[in-house]
Design a protein around this ligand. Structure first.
Ligand SMILES: [Zn+2]
Length: 56
């Protein structure tokens, strides 16, 4: 059981509850839906390039 964050929409959930998953450059990413996975795979850098999480 590991808490993960959907890089597309920011939702947090347990990895066992992820609806979709992909691997990018050796790192696994989990998603709340296939829609989020498709968005991520269309443009991964947009989601992982910006790790700043300061804006609430
Ligand atoms: Zn999502």
């Amino acid at each position: 059981m590991a808490n993960v964050t959907d890089p597309v929409c920011g939702m947090q959930f347990d990895s066992s509850q992820a609806e979709a998953q992909t691997t990018h450059e050796g790192t696994a990413y989990f998603f709340c839906s296939e829609e989020c996975r498709k968005l991520f795979e269309a443009n991964p850098e947009e989601y992982i390039g910006n790790t700043a999480d300061s804006s609430a």
